[in-house]
Write a protein that binds this ligand. Structure first.
Ligand code: AMP
Ligand code: ZN
Ligand code: FE
Ligand code: FE
Length: 306
């Protein structure tokens, strides 16, 4: 079992990177990609934990792309977390995000609802504050009962306290990921909220623009939909990936190492990714090394430091 899409506390997951890797190992996941939203802050700690645990590790990121009507998320898998362009791009996204959060709070204040950024930051325990944390503050003030209600009434796209974000354009994100040595994969394409024929057109465009792959299997999708996605992707020569999009234990259907239909994610998805990311170690090598030396000095990646 492997998992090519997970989140840690560096973005909006519940677990620290080390806790996430420990959970993965305990559940029998052999290789894992950490793909936090717009940040690689958790990658180093996750990498170190993967060495301790003898897990394969794929440094990754999930970048939000300018798109309408739905949400467009692009995974960058196998990126070098020390790449200057990548680090710079993510830092400037973080600044934009902070500005947007402040403006959302200003709008609430104008409506007579006082939310305090310091309090939100303290409660979130992460520097990557977003709408989910603002939603939590509304819950704490008993303005809504839960996060979902906060989105449905106030914060979702089209609702009164939604502000758009300055996201990266697809072309730029592809270039940044490629330059950082990674492959770009369109995450959960159904969240684009487009018809199947529109999706076909989009896939053709992605191919021309240089997208490497499509996340065929995602835990929030229906298995039937995923099989169609896989077929559409393969017809165009895309790499196909699979992930849980694990955030926390609140959504049991998104268990780590599991995807659409509650099925375990096959090692073959890791092997397929390896064909595009030769720096990853084959699972057989990882397993062999584990057998030889307990869980010492193993990793899924050779860091390309020089
Ligand atoms: P942000 O990056 O601040 O725009 O927040 C994005 C996050 O908010 C997503 O990753 C989801 O976890 C959550 N989110 C976005 N839209 C909704 C929605 N309609 N209902 C519930 N959660 C949502
Ligand atoms: Zn998330
Ligand atoms: Fe996503
Ligand atoms: Fe995700």
């Amino acid at each position: 079992m492997v998992d090519l899409h997970t989140h840690s506390r560096a973005s909006d997951g519940a677990l620290s990177p080390a806790e996430l890797l420990t959970l993965a190992a305990r559940k029998g996941v052999k290789a894992l990609a950490l793909t936090d939203h717009d940040t690689i802050d958790g990658v180093q700690a996750a990498y170190e934990a993967s060495l301790q645990l003898g897990l394969g590790f794929i440094p990754g990121v999930e970048i939000e792309i300018e798109f309408s009507p739905g949400e467009f998320h692009l995974l960058g898998l196998g990126i070098d977390p020390e790449n200057d362009h990548l680090v710079h791009a993510l830092n400037s996204l973080a600044k934009t995000r902070q500005r947007r959060n402040k403006n959302i709070l200003l709008r609430f204040r104008e409506a007579g609802i006082r939310l305090d950024m310091d309090e939100i930051e303290a409660a979130a325990g992460t520097s990557r504050i977003g709408r989910p944390h603002i939603a939590d503050a509304l819950v704490r003030q008993k303005i809504v009962r839960n996060r979902q209600e906060a989105f449905d009434k106030y914060l979702a796209k089209g609702k009164p306290f939604y502000l758009s974000k300055d996201c990266l354009e697809l072309e730029d994100a592809i270039a940044i990921i490629r330059e950082a040595g990674g492959v770009s994969v369109v995450a959960h394409p159904y969240s684009l909220f487009v018809s199947k024929s529109k999706l076909s057109e989009l896939m053709d465009e992605w191919k021309v623009l240089g997208v490497d792959g499509v996340e065929g299997y995602h835990s929030a999708a229906k298995l039937g939909q995923c099989r169609i996605l896989e077929r559409m992707g393969r017809q165009r020569g895309f790499l196909i990936t699979a992930g849980s999009d694990y955030h926390n234990e609140i959504k049991p259907e998104c268990g780590i190492g599991h995807t659409a239909g509650g099925i375990e994610i096959s090692d073959s998805f890791y092997t397929e990714l390896l064909s595009r990311l030769p720096q990853l170690r084959p699972l057989e090598v990882l397993e062999q090394a584990q057998g030889l030396s307990g869980a010492q000095g193993l990793s899924g990646t050779e860091r390309a430091d020089n």
